[in-house]
Ligand binder design. Structure first.
Ligand SMILES: NC(=O)c1ccc[n+]([C@@H]2O[C@H](COP(=O)([O-])OP(=O)(O)OC[C@H]3O[C@@H](n4cnc5c(N)ncnc54)[C@H](OP(=O)(O)O)[C@@H]3O)[C@@H](O)[C@H]2O)c1
Length: 299
């Protein structure tokens, strides 16, 4: 399969690029600012807000499938700069969808738990989205562009992706935690933000399975646990043999951040029953990340 991965330089994208290439696919990925090579794929610079460039890159490569990951992912920046969020996340996706139509490509779009408001104990694909911040609104509007494209599409919603990725310390919560616990730095973590953490390795496996047994639609692809950021950090500390009590719990209100966060438990039963793949628990996922860290460091 010929796959174009937009945002292939990102924390999630770089894993997709490597694994898709390992699976024998012909992969081209795009980056905006980070052009450090990602193993397995050829790369191209692309700003998705530039409609003509998007059209040129997509039609030039002629992908069977476009995995559209490029996005403005900083929720606070989206809140303070909604026109940038709109340009990158909505218009950028519209540009991708139009280019896919011209090139006859299928679209896989990565969306977010933040399309929901967190008002229910858990959310399935049948629940009505109701975003409470600009990032969520922009991802929902982007979903609509993909649905309206007329092309075969899959929308995947995930949450708090984590993986072993030394190149993405600032963009990957678990890398910040590992670094802090190794250096003995005092760590503060929020007690009232809850997420459905997702091991990126499993996200890639499930996405590949969904692509292989293609059926248009929206799928939640997230881990089975629903935990606070504080609990996430405590589990990482315990797995590293550190004292979880050393983490200082703080309330989000004390940070006075621009964007409100919804506490969303994403249920992935639909993807799980379609693929037969059960995503790893948070504890197993953390063990896997620490195992990869140790293999890489000893190699
Ligand atoms: N991180 C999360 O918590 C989370 C949760 C749910 C869903 N998602 C979704 O998953 C996808 C991947 O996220 P991630 O965690 O990998 O985020 P990330 O590490 O911030 O990566 C974002 C990617 O988008 C690229 N990009 C940003 N602006 C662009 C533009 N104007 N034109 C083209 N490329 C642009 C970046 O390029 P450079 O790095 O080269 O500048 C990077 O490759 C996104 O669609 C995001 O909305 C993320």
């Amino acid at each position: 399969m010929r796959v174009l991965v937009t945002g292939g330089s990102g924390a999630m994208g770089s894993k997709f690029v490597t694994e898709l290439a390992k699976g024998g696919n012909d992969v081209l990925y795009t980056y905006l600012s980070r052009d450090a090579p990602v193993h397995g794929g050829a790369s191209k610079s692309l700003d998705v807000t530039d409609k003509e460039s998007v059209s040129e890159v997509v039609s030039g490569f002629g992908p069977d499938t476009v995995l559209h990951l490029a996005a403005l992912t900083n929720a606070d920046l989206c809140e303070t700069n909604p026109s940038l969020a709109d340009a990158v996340n909505v218009r950028g996706t519209e540009n991708i969808a139009e280019a896919c139509k011209k090139a006859g490509s299928r679209i896989v779009f990565m969306s977010s738990a933040f399309v929901f408001d967190g008002s229910k104990p858990a959310f399935s694909e049948d629940d009505a989205p109701r975003p409470i911040n600009q990032y969520g609104r922009s991802k929902l509007a982007a979903e609509r562009c993909v649905e309206k494209s007329g092309q075969p599409f899959m929308i995947l919603r995930t949450d708090l992706p984590y993986r072993w990725s030394p190149r993405h310390v600032e963009k990957n919560n678990i890398m910040k935690l590992i670094r802090a616990f190794e250096s003995g730095e005092k760590y503060r973590e929020i007690t009232d933000w809850f997420n459905t953490p997702t091991l990126v390795d499993d996200l890639v496996t499930v996405t590949n399975a969904l692509i292989g047994d293609w059926e248009d639609g929206t799928y939640h692809v997230a881990g089975p646990d629903f935990v606070s950021r504080y609990e996430f950090a405590s589990r990482v500390a315990s797995a590293m043999g550190k004292d979880p009590e050393s983490i200082l719990g703080i309330k989000s209100v004390d940070l006075n951040l621009p964007a409100k966060r919804p506490n969303v438990f994403l249920r992935s039963d639909k993807a799980e029953s379609k693929t037969g793949i059960r995503m790893r628990s948070l504890d197993d996922g953390i063990e896997e990340v620490l195992r990869q860290a140790s293999v890489e460091r000893s190699g």
